[in-house]
Design a protein around this ligand. Structure first.
Ligand code: PAF
Length: 281
C-alpha cells in the first residue's frame, strides 16, 4: 500500500492511471474498525483502485472537546488498511487540507438542520466542505460511506447532485458488535459495562421496527423507546425519530415505508452514539 501525505504526491500518482482505472474512495477520520474495513472491501469489489483517506476534519466538530478526544491511531489504521488490500492511504495534515481558514460556506439546506444538525450545528457544513475537497483531490469514480451515518449519506447525495460531482455513491450496511451495538470509532471510549448498556440503542430500533411493521403508531413506538431507556441509569436518550429519508423530517405517520427510517442518538459516559435502521431492512 502506498501512503501519501500531500495532494501533489497523490495527484502525480493517480494522474496517469485515471483513464483506464475505476477509482474508489473511502473517506474516513481514522480510528478504523470493521465498519471501515467493510467499506474498503466494497470498494475493492466495485473499483480497480481503492484510496482511503484518513483526516480528522476540524470543521465538522462543533464541540472542541469532542475534536480533542477523537481517537488517533494512525499506525494501526495503516496496518488495517494494508491488510484489507487498500491500494493507497491519503493522510494529509490540517494545513494540507486547510492552508488558510476556509471562507467558503457549504450549506445544503433544511436536511442539515434536522436531527444530527440540531444537536451539532454546523456539522454537516463541515462534512460537505471536506467531502467536496476530497472529491476534488482524488476525483474518484465511486465513493463509499457507512449507513451508520445515514443522514450524512443523504447530505452527501445532495452535495453530489447540486455540485454535479461525477461520483457514484454507495451506502454500506452498518457493522455491529455481537450485542447489536453499531461499530463506531467512539466505542473505543466506552467501558465494558457501557458497551453492554449501549446495546439498548439497537434494541430500541429493532422494537420500533417490529411495531411499525405491525402497523403500530409512532406515538406508541416513542413511548416504548422511552420505556426501554428508563431501564438504563447511564444512557441518556437525545432523540428517537421516525423520519422520511428525503428530508429527515420527523414523521407523525408512516407514509412510504421504503423512504422511512428510525434514527436514534444517545449519550453514555460523555460519549455520543448514533444508530438507525431502515424500516424495510
Ligand atoms: O464519516 C466520517 O468519518 C466523516 O464524516 C467523513 C465522511 C470522513 C468526513 O470527514
Amino acid at each position: 500500500m502506498k501512503v501519501f501525505k500531500t495532494i501533489h504526491q497523490l495527484r502525480e500518482h493517480l494522474s496517469p492511471l485515471r483513464s483506464q482505472t475505476k477509482i474508489g474512495l473511502v473517506p474516513t477520520m481514522g480510528a478504523l474498525h470493521q465498519g471501515h474495513i467493510s467499506l474498503v472491501e466494497e470498494s475493492k469489489k466495485k473499483s480497480q483502485l481503492t484510496v482511503a483517506s484518513i483526516f480528522v476534519n476540524p470543521t465538522q466538530f462543533n464541540n472542541p472537546e469532542d475534536l480533542k478526544k477523537y481517537p488517533k491511531t494512525l499506525e494501526s489504521d495503516l496496518a488495517k488498511l494494508s491488510e484489507a488490500g487498500c491500494d493507497i492511504a491519503f493522510v494529509p495534515d490540517d494545513p494540507e487540507i486547510y492552508p488558510t481558514k476556509p471562507e467558503i460556506k457549504i450549506d445544503l439546506g433544511p436536511i442539515t438542520t434536522e436531527l444530527e444538525g440540531k444537536f451539532r450545528p454546523g456539522h454537516f457544513n463541515g462534512v460537505g466542505l471536506v467531502v467536496s475537497k476530497l472529491f476534488h483531490i482524488v476525483q474518484p469514480n465511486l465513493a463509499f460511506f457507512g449507513q451508520k451515518d445515514l443522514q450524512q449519506f443523504y447530505v452527501i447525495k445532495k452535495l453530489v447532485t447540486e455540485l454535479n460531482f461525477p461520483v457514484e455513491l454507495h451506502m454500506v450496511t452498518t457493522q455491529r458488535e455481537a450485542n447489536g451495538l453499531a461499530m463506531s470509532s467512539r466505542n473505543m471510549r466506552l467501558s465494558a459495562d457501557e458497551i453492554k448498556e449501549a446495546s439498548i440503542l439497537y434494541k430500541a430500533l429493532k422494537t420500533s421496527q417490529n411495531m411499525l411493521l405491525a402497523q403500530g403508531d409512532i406515538e406508541e413506538v416513542k413511548a416504548q423507546v422511552q420505556e426501554l431507556f428508563s431501564q438504563s441509569e447511564r444512557l441518556e436518550l437525545e432523540y428517537f425519530e421516525v423520519i422520511d429519508t428525503s428530508s429527515f423530517k420527523p414523521l407523525l405517520k408512516v407514509k412510504d415505508s421504503r423512504k422511512t427510517a428510525m434514527c436514534i442518538a444517545a449519550e453514555i459516559g460523555g460519549v455520543r452514539l448514533i444508530d438507525n435502521l431502515l424500516l424495510n431492512s
